[in-house]
Write a new protein. Structure first.
Length: 419
């Protein structure tokens, strides 16, 4: 049998009360104490708290309020104590129960509907997800809402089976979504369902079989000739010259736009190499992976910074950057015809845009991601792959090779040059 009492253990005029838990286990007495968050005056606690016949209404109200709070706290501690093995009880245990009382863990209600579960998934993973990833999930959620309206039936987690996959693919194709966009959505939907499964939600026995393959598309990148053309392009207005320098920096450093747009000169430090020559290093934390990165800066990057007295170009929004670098590449005559896809309005004045595969001039397909892919592709075979994947942030060599579009056949042909 455990009991609880409360003590005033301070010499100060006002202090937080202490709680003391007393119990007996295996013929041994235990006493543990912890601090509460209930603050009272020393005068009240020693002179008024235990009085029976109070006349002052304010003191009566205070006594009632404090007793109610102490009773709730005592009940909380004793209820939890009675549900655990006493051998696990100690000072830390008691303090954790007090903390839980004042800061109870918010229980997340887990829905069994797919659309609603997207929000639940984001809530569970919010400390791991980037803003852009959450935006992608919301896009999928709204797409599922439209699909649900189309089906005229709520989609439950357990409804995600092979038939769902077939219906969802047919619906998305009718809405002119690209096959790889649909494949990506299905993979995310499957992730939502697997997460729900581990939260006790029923899933289809066919869930494991719900798979969707990506169609290989040509990786668009700026080759070394393209990069040189951009370097040599002159006479651009300031806003395009600014975007041009960011594009070159991305081609020289291999970083994502979410990272390089945050570069500033304070991130640069100089270290001596083996030849005792000072080399500039850029240190930053990748926004997507949260990895701490240290990337060497080439002479070409330093030359760009010297244009601005050591400063990086002015930061601009992702959308403006995407628009401006297309203009830069058009001015640089990056106009080779290549296979690719870009967003087009599927019906005039509809406001609906989808990716459409066709043959385009390369400048039309340039986007913020192209610098990173260009760095990786242009340096493949020149710089050891282990170094390249470190700079680009890929966790495995296979991911890196897939990123630059190298198939097993490509690798075998390159290997043949060494045999």
């Amino acid at each position: 049998m455990a009991t609880v009492n409360f003590l005033y253990r301070s010499t100060k005029d006002f202090s937080f009360l202490n709680i003391r838990l007393l119990y007996r286990n295996d013929n041994k007495d235990y006493v543990f104490g912890a601090k509460t968050e209930l603050e009272v005056s020393k005068d009240y606690w020693t002179k008024q708290h235990k009085l029976k016949r109070l006349k002052n209404i304010d003191t009566i109200n205070m006594q009632t309020q404090i007793n109610n709070e102490l009773n709730k706290l005592e009940n909380h501690v004793l209820n939890v104590f009675n549900s655990v093995n006493p051998k696990y009880v100690g000072k830390k245990w008691l303090q954790s129960q007090i903390n839980e009382y004042y800061n109870p863990v918010q229980q997340i209600t887990v829905p069994n509907e797919l659309v609603k579960y997207v929000d639940t998934y984001v809530e569970f993973k919010k400390n791991e997800l980037t803003v852009n990833t959450i935006k992608k999930f919301n896009v999928i959620k709204h797409k599922l809402e439209r699909f649900q309206d189309y089906r005229k039936k709520v989609i439950r987690i357990k409804d995600v089976d092979l038939n769902f996959k077939k219906e969802f693919e047919e619906y998305c194709l009718s809405e002119y979504y690209a096959p790889n966009t649909i494949a990506r959505d299905i993979r995310f939907i499957k992730s939502f369902c697997n997460h729900a499964k581990y939260n006790g939600i029923e899933t289809s026995y066919q869930l494991e079989k719900v798979k969707s393959k990506y169609i290989k598309v040509e990786s668009i990148y700026l080759n070394e000739i393209d990069v040189k053309k951009i370097e040599e392009t002159k006479g651009l207005p300031n806003y395009l010259d600014n975007a041009k320098d960011w594009l070159l920096i991305s081609c020289y450093t291999g970083q994502r736009v979410s990272d390089f747009m945050r570069f500033n000169k304070d991130l640069i430090r100089y270290e001596k190499n083996k030849e005792e020559v000072l080399k500039p290093l850029l240190e930053f934390t990748q926004k997507k992976t949260r990895k701490l990165m240290t990337v060497p800066l080439s002479d070409k990057v330093i030359k760009i910074l010297n244009k601005r007295k050591g400063n990086f170009p002015n930061a601009i929004s992702d959308q403006k950057y995407n628009d401006y670098i297309k203009e830069v590449c058009k001015e640089a005559e990056i106009n080779d015809k290549v296979e690719g896809s870009k967003k087009v309005e599927i019906i005039p004045d509809s406001g609906k845009y989808r990716k459409e595969s066709s043959t385009y001039e390369k400048w039309e397909l340039v986007s913020s991601h192209i610098g990173r892919r260009s760095f990786a592709t242009n340096n493949y075979g020149k710089i050891p792959t282990s170094f390249l994947k470190y700079i680009t942030g890929h966790s495995t060599e296979s991911m890196f090779l897939e990123y630059i579009g190298k198939s097993n056949k490509d690798i075998a042909l390159e290997l043949a040059n060494y045999l």
